[in-house]
Design a protein around this ligand. Structure first.
Ligand code: NAD
Length: 375
């Protein structure tokens, strides 16, 4: 039978790729499951919970060497990658487009790498494998809570004997999966919420959550349901248009991404400087390459001279690790079902989902997007 394993993630990552619930399901389906010791600790899944679910808790080397399929959250370190053998399958958020040469190395080792960033988003069969959506949804929810927690006023309107507090005004820039979840969460906390995106299609989704949609004069729907990158002129126009909206809000949550590109700058330094004291910016796109908000730093909170706070919220899904891991593990389970037939690995690279999700197989680069990133 197929041996499935998961590894303990790096210290900064609280999530784990397999949950006890999914292990239990997989064991019932005839898989053997190996779990590296303490893998689930930061998500509050004990080794005992995995053992009870039917897994064997093992050391790292065994979890690497004895598995046919290894599921991870983030790409493991180079020393671990080097240990992978021909025919083994590695599934995770491997940052294949950011570091394509690592995938080339895995191809040379004849490892089959499935990298979730490559999953096609618009094929409905892929929805239950869509880690980007499940994790973005967790991140959007947590971003709204983090904003509320750092905000020094109420989110809802409060009518009390000691006076009335106005509801907080929340603006969400980028209303994809994370942005919509942030909108829903801020609405449930009682804030007055508006959303903004360059994809006109998102208007209906924002309005269905009871939020106001701020129509962008820049329209930038791209391929595969994603936004395209804006030209320099469009970006300038957008920043000017947004500056007015930003000033009118107390909390600005930004989530804008363009696949394979550095995140667009939506809040330039001038807008940060114009913000009133106490304004909270939560930048879900914060990265080492820069984010949506000028000056944001991943996993750091910065207080500006004018008293605004910029929260670099790169790791929000990891900050809700139990829920995030449970969903991730379900996505992994669906992927594994799609590559196993009659108790054996069967990777059909002509399949419409796998032809994109599979980065490397049998010594070859399979994904077209990855091949382009390598050229
Ligand atoms: P994403 O993380 O790539 O980007 C987040 C949002 O930022 C997007 O809504 C994008 O339009 C927006 N954005 C990009 N540049 C911008 C700019 N300059 N200004 C303002 N906003 C900007 O997106 P995502 O959340 O992964 O979703 C991508 C698309 O995939 C969406 O259309 C989503 O509805 C779709 N999707 C479809 C399915 C499905 O049908 N199965 C599943 C998941 C996602």
């Amino acid at each position: 039978s197929i041996v499935l394993s998961t590894l303990k993630e790096a210290d900064h990552e609280n999530r784990v790729a397999l949950s006890p619930a999914v292990v239990s399901r997989m064991v019932k389906d005839g898989y053997q499951v190996l779990v590296e010791k303490s893998s689930g600790e930061a998500a509050y899944f004990s080794d005992q919970a995995y053992t009870d679910a039917g897994a064997k808790v093992v050391d790292r080397d065994t979890a690497i060497s004895d598995a046919n399929v290894i599921a991870v959250i983030d790409r493991p370190d180079d020393a671990t990658l080097a240990k992978l053998k021909s025919g083994q399958v590695l599934i995770g958020l491997l940052s294949s487009l950011i570091d394509p040469d690592k995938m080339e190395q895995l191809a040379k080792q004849k490892v089959t790498a499935l990298s979730f960033e490559l999953l096609p988003r618009t094929i409905s069969r892929a929805q239950s494998m869509d880690v980007l959506s499940s994790q973005a949804s967790v991140a959007g929810y947590k971003a709204a809570l983090v904003a509320a927690d750092d905000f020094t006023r109420y989110m809802p309107m409060m009518i009390t004997a000691a006076g009335t507090a106005k509801p907080a005004k929340v603006l969400v820039l980028g209303t994809g999966v994370a942005g919509l979840q942030a909108i829903g969460t801020a609405k449930r906390l009682g804030a007055e919420v508006s959303g903004y995106d360059v994809r006109p299609a998102s208007k209906g989704e924002v309005e269905s959550l009871g939020a106001k949609f701020l129509t962008s004069s820049v329209s930038a729907a791209g391929a595969g349901g994603y936004a395209r990158q804006l030209s320099a002129e469009e970006q300038q126009k957008q920043q000017e248009e947004l500056a007015g909206f930003i000033k009118q809000n107390d909390i600005i949550i930004t989530t804008a991404q363009v696949p394979g590109r550095k995140p667009p700058l939506l809040v330039p330094e001038t807008s940060v400087k114009e913000a009133s004291a106490g304004t909270i910016f939560v930048d879900l796109a914060a990265s080492d390459l820069g984010g949506n908000v000028a000056g944001s730093k991943p996993s750091e909170i910065i207080t500006t001279d004018n008293g605004a706070r910029i929260i670099g919220a790169q790791d929000m899904a990891s900050q809700l690790p139990t829920a995030a891991s449970e969903m991730y593990a379900k996505n992994v389970q669906t992927v594994i079902k799609s590559i196993v037939k009659d108790d054996a690995l069967n990777i059909d690279t002509d399949d419409d989902v796998l032809s994109e999700l599979v980065a490397t197989h049998d010594g070859e680069i399979i994904s077209d997007r990855l091949r382009k990133a390598l050229n």
